[in-house]
Write a new protein. Sequence first.
Length: 164
Amino acid sequence: MLATFGTYEGLVDALKARRIQQGMSQIALEDRAGLTGGYVGKIEGSADKKNNRAIGRESLPLLLGALKLELAVVPVEKQASSKHALKALPRKLLTGDELKKFLENRARKGGRIRKVRLTKKQRRDIAMNAAKARWEKHRAGQKRQSKGKPEPIIVPASALQGAE
């Protein structure tokens, strides 16, 4: 076991210590994990900074994989050996396409669960409200676009026939 911590700041400190132990810069870790530039610096920065970031559910497995770490949860009263704590963890860290596929499946499952929990009328009301919101957004966009254009001139067909 490399570190134990009970707070978010402890997790960040442990990840930073591991990065330094492996001789990686923040940029090298971002490249290896597939994260955007500056992400690790914003995570490791102090919490009171305006542009700080938190470790999200998608970035945590990427960071752990890049640092070759696994996260174990152990009770505070009696800490199990790392051998026992790691048995409960998945055998494989999801990265890249596997992580994307996992998240897509989880989203589908959430939709199915919501479908079971809601009545047909509730689902219909939600769909109608969403359609109404999309239509209002579309109409508002059309009004914004037409503000800068001159109004079209409508001429009766009889006036055009007399001009010939």
